[in-house]
Design a protein around this ligand. Sequence first.
Ligand code: GLU
Length: 422
Amino acid sequence: MSTDGAFDRFTRTVDAAAAIAGIKDARLLERIKTPERIHEVSVPIARDDGSHAIFTAYRVQHSSARGPYKGGIRYHPNVSLDEVKALAAWMSIKTAVVDIPLGGGKGGITVDPKTLSRTELEALTRSYTERIWRVIGPQVDVPAPDVNTNSQTMDWIAHEYGRQSRTISPAVVTGKSLAHGGSAGRDTATAQGGFEVLHDALGATGESIDGATVAIQGFGNAGANAAILLHRAGARVVAASDSTAAVFAADGLPVGRLVEHKAKGGSFADLADYEKRPTEDPLFAEADILVPAALEGQITSANAERVRARWILELANGPTTPEADAILERRRVNVLPDILANAGGVVVSYYEWLQNLHTEKWLREEVEARLAVTMRRAYERVSELATFRRASFRLAAYAIAIERIVAALRAESSEGRIVLGR
Ligand code: GLU
């Protein structure tokens, strides 16, 4: 599906939310919409067969108004500058919604990582780091995992950054392995944060996760961990997909088996015993809750009428277009928006960064308890404003975020603000 125009969708949503926040200063809105800096680099590697390849990569630093740039790095064949700009901007909004003192950024390499060996992936990651290390740093810009990157990728970046800068700086990236300064609970954080938001939202209408049916599109870190948490809480996962196929089972899929199969490097296309369907089919499954946990631009004006769920928990970034939002709103489908629902990942990234800076190690229970408090507080605030202004959760969350970013921009000294990374 098309990923074109994601950044344009971001700016249109900012304009709609600015009206709710009562912000009319066009100059400030322009500042919120415009990325502070954009880095595009060519990343050469030597292939295992002795040949050479060059990949295009980006790091977009959208806003440092509220703190150092923060956001993941994605490896995907569809990565484009427009997409990375949108993803970076969404990070600025997200960190503001959950009120952690960080800004927003994002990186990406246009590559299909499934065509590279482990040695080539390491070479690619180190080569990319060599080209961007001067513009990132613990107090400047702190990358993390995103689509097709993981704790191993982050360990390589931290090591290469250390080598280039001649420092030991675990706080330069988050989402590292536990052995290299990662935080307990970071692996499950995106799903857990979404779970807390869903739990409270359902609770407010007298519903519960226990006994609900769920369809999940995407079975990476967010989708797979959401399946585990929801299944454990008594929900039935009736449809799920990865990037190769979807599988359905009205009486519930064996979540443990699916997770194990993926952990061993398997894909849904080679799952025995199941009829395979197109990867987007879970979007239209007969289920109470739909969890888009794959890529942006999945629910559009062309298919929003076909969504059967009454709840959408957006664990992917940008899965729903504004046109689809309008259709879902008319159909009274409750959308728990990405910038709130998937913020658990960056919240625990923030905890990891704090632990690294203070040379501390927090227990998993401690991390999970703090995450729950942060998510619930954010949900509460968004829900209050949405009710008060009769706005969607998405626009209410954007309005809160924009207000916070504007407050930071207004607090600039007369000498002007520091733009990080200069
Ligand atoms: N990639 C994740 C996101 O989109 C996490 C970012 C982070 O932890 O910095 O929110």
